[in-house]
Each structure stands twice: as C-alpha cells, then as structure tokens.
Design a protein around this ligand. Structure first.
Ligand SMILES: *Cc1c(COP(=O)(O)O)cnc(C)c1O
Length: 244
C-alpha cells in the first residue's frame, strides 16, 4: 500500500469513527484509534506517523520490538508513538514487551501480571494493562472464567502489583457477519466492565478496547473507547499466520 493510500484510509476511518460516535450519541473524540501494524513493515508505521497517528497495536512482541526500537531511536521522529501489545503474551516475552510498550491489552491470566510486575520493578517502570475477556467463540484468548478475572482485578485493587496500572478491558468479537452475535459479545464485555468498575471504584478502569476493521461501528454503539484497526488502514496482512 502506498503512503497516499494509507493517508486516504486514515482520513476515511477517522471520519467514520466520528460518524459512529455521533450516531451513537457519544461525545466527539471519545473513541481512540489504535492502528494495528502487525505483519506490516516498519514503513507502514512511518506512513501512519505522517498522518499524525501516535498509537499503535502489535500482537507479536519480537516483531513489535524490532519496529518500535527503530522508531524510538530515530532522531527524525520527535513525537514518539505509543505501542500497545494486543496479542496473547508468553511469559518469556514479557520483558521485551515491558521494554517497548506503554500498555499490554491482552492480560488473560494472573501469571502474566506476576511476571509484568517483576520485570517492571527491575526496570523502575510502570505500565498500563487491560484485562482481556473471552466473549466470542472464534478467538481463544482472554480470561474464560469471570471469577478468575475478578480475582485478578481484586489483586490489583489490593495493591499486589504497584507497577501495574489497570486501565480497562479488551475483547474480540467472534469472526462472523451476524451482527447480533457480534453485538452480544461487546455487550457482555461492557456489562462485565461496568460491574467490575462498580466493585473496584478506585481503579482507573476507564478504557473499553473493542472493535476491529469489520465491527468497530457496532463496538462504538456498545460503548467502546478504543478501536483496534489494522486491515482497513494498512490493507491485507502479508501473512495470515497469526499464531505466536
Ligand atoms: C489483528 C488484530 C486486530 C486488527 O484486526 P483488523 O481486522 O485487521 O482490523 C485487532 N485486535 C487484535 C487483538 C488483533 O489481533
């Protein structure tokens, strides 16, 4: 995809997000765009930065690390972009994830929190996280069990992880064109987020990361505060192999 095509896609998607906000009666600017650059070369990230995009999502740590270290070391890039890790995290990848990302959206088990805390402590760094909850059949990622999710949130609230800022929730809808199934998945996530926010009012659980290229308009209707869009911005990925 050329730089011009990427620029056109950014204009297009930003306009559509604004329309979806308006149609849903949401405040303008209440939805953040996270540009998912996974499986695209670092040049795609540069093209997006030229469109003033400052938030990116990547799902594989090694790939993300290579691209974003290069960008962070590039003197020509004055305003450094933020990177969110959005893919399931293996424990041996946590260290590099913490080094390069400002947020890990894909927390799916307590073990990962323990390891993030350990690495952050060593680096004297705090990091934001979102809890990923499993709401759809197609993806296997996220907490499957509500009680386990609740325990993790509770542990954060009780101060077990002083270097971790629990900042919200993330989910992926099932890969189907059946709108009601997709909507039900987002609704489940929103209801669970609301319930946990009420239980732990001191945690800054403000973000609801829901919606991808094919379903972000529905997600915005259901209260998403962050959409993660790849294909609609950068075109088809160069490989379909998306398993870590
Ligand atoms: C790949 C990916 C996206 C972006 O998907 P598109 O359909 O290309 O917009 C969003 N979220 C997660 C977790 C992903 O892995």
């Amino acid at each position: 995809m050329t730089e011009q095509e990427v620029a056109r896609n950014f204009n297009d998607i930003r306009r559509r997000i604004a329309e979806a906000e308006m149609n849903a009666g949401r405040k303008p600017g209440s939805v953040t765009l996270c540009a998912v650059s996974k499986f695209h070369p670092v040049t795609a990230v540069y093209d997006a930065i030229k469109c003033n995009q400052l938030l990116f999502g990547e799902n594989r740590v090694q790939e993300a690390y290579k691209k974003f270290i290069q960008i962070n070391e590039d003197q020509a890039i004055v305003l450094k972009p933020e990177l969110h890790i959005i893919g399931t995290l293996q424990l041996n990848k946590v260290k590099h994830a913490v080094m390069v990302a400002s947020c890990i959206q894909s927390i799916d088990r307590e073990e990962v929190l323990v390891e993030i805390e350990k690495q952050c402590q060593k680096m004297h760094k705090t990091i934001k996280i979102f809890f990923e909850y499993h709401t759809g059949e197609a993806s296997k990622s996220g907490y499957l069990d509500y009680e386990k999710l609740r325990t993790s949130v509770k542990n954060c609230a009780e101060g077990m992880y002083p270097h971790i800022i629990p900042n919200g929730f993330m989910t992926m809808a099932p890969f189907t064109h059946d709108e009601e199934t997709v909507r039900a998945s987002f609704k489940t996530m929103r209801e669970i987020a609301t319930r946990l926010k009420e239980s732990f009012p001191l945690l800054p659980l403000t973000e609801l990361s829901m919606g991808m290229s094919d379903d972000y308009a529905i997600a915005i209707q259901e209260g998403s505060t962050m959409v993660r869009i790849g294909t609609a911005l950068f075109g088809p990925r160069e490989t379909s192999e998306e398993i870590q």
